[in-house]
Design a protein around this ligand. Structure first.
Ligand code: PMP
Length: 437
């Protein structure tokens, strides 16, 4: 496949694309664990597209379901209308969650799911007759998408800098990452549950009756696979419950089997009031997201003293038939192949393989859980991210598409990977790590 001659018309101003323009990396095909590049090479997808293609690429059942649906009914409006499959999907999705999380609102992306969850949290307090709860609490190093609500509660200063002022009434928990105490720990870090007490600081600082919600990624994905210290999420849950604050888990990355359990709520045994999902919901094939809400939140809208107040929210493509068909076929695939609970079968092997990289040059930490992993490299002074970029380019040459974030290589292979695939990946990475400057 020829490289297009004019690369300038495609404008990607918000991404680091200089290097890309010099040596375009174009993907022209995908099947299961592999992409085909424009120059005909096969590269292993080690990040499931972008944490989304959990069942691997080009799965016939999903492709066929989309084809069939396009031919039957392409679109149906989601306001005062619906189509039958959207009820089926909502029921099946809710059925994947612990009791009490049982109502589903559809969106079209992770960012939209976050905006929706924040708005549901604010509106539910109003519906319950507590209009004074307006504050939203995120966490440093949290990533919640690129729209204004998610950007505000997100904890990446560099992402926010160009766009302020953002939402008022937002504060952030300190992040939980303490590599000096947890370096090379396997699975969840043992130390650091007390980071959750930072919520007490914020509660003391702001009257708790003004706080609407706390939003966290159970595992912070985009900032380098930062795992919650053992007991941390439980403590957050207890504090939120005590003070009437909704707890939101952003499971856009952690959902759909990534952690070796269907969702982080199962993996860590903590049930939030709202969950955001996207990505793996349709296996990344078409855009779709969702918010799963607790019975209590749903009932506040239906029966609370604020009943009758108008809460307008919804998207043109909420629950559209094509995405719904893709999601149903995706859930069928996950169920049939046991992918949402495949973790335990692979997690031990994955952990041992990754931790065998300890001691290679520049490797300063290795993290793992379920089928997610991270290899953190020591930054080159004055040139942070340079080493990871070098690893990315070498890996691509060697036949692996990896994702780097800061100086960390983040890994999230499709859940259909076999041990041999994981072994190949880790061996490939070892070779690359040995050659880094
Ligand atoms: N939340 C989390 C935790 C994410 O990882 C992402 C995307 N990486 C988003 C929200 C935003 O999702 P999207 O890019 O689909 O808007």
């Amino acid at each position: 496949v020829p490289v297009p001659t004019d690369l300038d018309a495609y404008w990607m101003p918000f991404t680091a694309n200089r290097q890309f323009k010099k040596a375009p990396r174009l993907l022209v095909g995908a099947d299961r664990l592999y992409y085909t590049t424009h120059d005909g090479r096969q590269v292993m997808d080690t990040i499931s597209g972008l944490w989304c293609v959990n069942a691997g690429h080009n799965r016939p059942r999903i492709v066929e379901a989309i084809r069939r649906q396009v031919g039957e009914m392409d679109y149906a409006p989601p306001f005062q209308m619906a189509h039958p499959q959207v009820f089926e999907l909502a029921t099946r999705l809710a059925g994947l969650f612990p009791d009490g999380l049982e109502h589903v609102f559809f969106t079209n992306s992770g960012s939209e799911s976050v905006e929706t969850a924040l708005k549901i949290a604010l509106a539910a307090h109003r519906a319950r007759g507590e209009p004074g709860r307006f504050r939203l609490i995120g966490r440093e190093r949290g990533y919640h998408g690129v729209n204004f609500g998610g950007l505000s509660v997100g904890g990446i200063g560099a992402n926010r800098k160009a766009f302020g002022p953002l939402l008022p009434g937002v504060d952030h928990l300190r992040h939980t990452h303490a590599p000096e105490r947890n370096a090379f720990s396997r699975g969840l870090p043992e130390h650091g549950a007390e980071f959750a007490d930072d919520l007490e600081r914020l509660i003391a600082l702001h009257d708790p009756s003004t706080i609407a919600a706390v939003i966290v990624e159970p595992v912070a994905g985009s900032t380098g696979v930062l795992l919650p210290p053992r007991g941390y999420l439980e403590r957050l849950r207890a504090l939120c419950t005590r003070h009437g604050i909704f707890l939101i888990f952003d499971e856009v990355i952690t959902g759909f089997g990534r952690l070796g359990a269907p969702f982080a709520t199962h993996a860590f045994g903590v049930t939030p009031d709202l969950v955001t999902v996207a990505k793996g919901l349709t296996n990344g094939v078409v855009p779709m997201g969702a918010v799963i809400a607790s019975r209590g939140i749903h009932d506040a809208f239906m029966n609370g003293p604020g009943e009758g107040i108008e809460f307008f929210h919804g998207y043109t493509y909420s629950g559209n038939p094509i995405a719904t068909a893709a999601a149903l076929a995706t859930l069928d695939t996950y169920a049939e192949e046991g992918l949402l609970t495949r973790g335990p079968e692979l997690a031990g092997f994955w952990e041992d393989s990754l931790h065998a990289l300890r001691g290679l040059p520049h490797v300063i930490d290795i993290r793992n859980y379920g089928l997610v992993g991270a290899i953190e490299l020591d930054p080159i002074p004055g040139q942070p991210t340079q080493r990871a970029t070098q690893a990315f380019l070498k890996a691509y040459e060697a036949g692996f598409l990896i994702r780097t974030t800061g100086d960390t290589i983040a890994l999230a292979p499709p859940l259909i990977a076999e041990r041999e695939d994981l072994a190949r990946l880790v061996e490939g990475l070892a070779t690359i790590l040995r050659t880094l400057d």
